[in-house]
Design a protein around this ligand. Sequence first.
Ligand code: SAM
Ligand code: SF4
Length: 324
Amino acid sequence: MVKLEDNQGRRFEKLRISLLNSCNFSCVYCVSENFSNSAADALRFSANEQPLAPEEISRLVESVHQLTPLKSIRLTGGEPLLYANLFPLIQRIQEIGISDIRLTTNAYYMKEKAAKLYDAGVKSVNISIDAVDQVIFNSISRHPNTARVFAGIEAAVNAGMNVKLNAVIMRGKNDSQIIPLLEYATGLGVKIRFLELMKMGHLYHTENALFFSEKEILSAIQSKYQIEQMQRETAETAHYWRASNGGVFGIIANESTPFCHDCNRLRMDSNGIFYGCLSNAHGEKLASYMDDSEKLAEKLSGLLRLKQPVKFHGSELSMRNIGG
Ligand code: SAM
Ligand code: SF4
């Protein structure tokens, strides 16, 4: 049998599924500047896309899970709350025997769905929010309605979910928001993670003037608060600190403090194509190998070998397709 562990001892243990590549936002770091997010565009995106059915996704997940046991599934996108069959899919994944099901969302539709998601078994959610200031938020998300996002975050907290906030920090765009975001998260009693900008999709091969480093994020926080570093958990993307305002924040620093060495993530895009590494655009459509476990294991082993040994370099993969 093919060994599903690479020579650095890495295995696939967490699967991230991009349910669809359409989204109601067009965040500048995710979607190229030329893209307009008019209603017509949103419809065009949705109309072109044929998201996989829950049964198709769960069959793929089950085949992979039998070969390499998955500890958790993260549903992402595009915007996963736009996936019409979200609740049947959650149920099917649970029937396979995977109970740890998480979500990454922009929270626009969270207010209506938070309690139902929690009851369905989604106990943990990452919510993207790049600014507290509405003008800045809107200029990044290229979407006018911020109030719904804040309401969505609060609904998730009130539903009892373990909420983490994610903010991609960009020079000159939202670096002024680091302290307000930290204070907002602390007030809510949730963790926030600041992300270094990643060279994905339209940002690949660009020299990015927007890049704002881990060191700069730390010094912005230290201009107001003292900080103390916490222990990193294995395969965790973020390093965490406790700030003297009582808040806990993390930094996901692909460039400054890479975390490839113990990466345990496998990804599937909305077309059922699996990727072993964000930094390698080669994917495998596994649907045709589901009844041939030898071949499936070979393909998974090939994807495992694509993981970077040390450091992320980016790729042409669009975050909107692969899900982050
Ligand atoms: N729509 C959902 C959301 O925004 O949370 C899920 C999909 S989104 C692609 C997943 C995550 O990827 C978000 O937290 C987003 O901020 C992050 N992301 C997208 N493009 C990025 C980039 N170029 N660099 C760093 N993070 C990025
Ligand atoms: Fe949509 Fe998320 Fe990409 Fe923003 S980051 S455009 S919310 S998929």
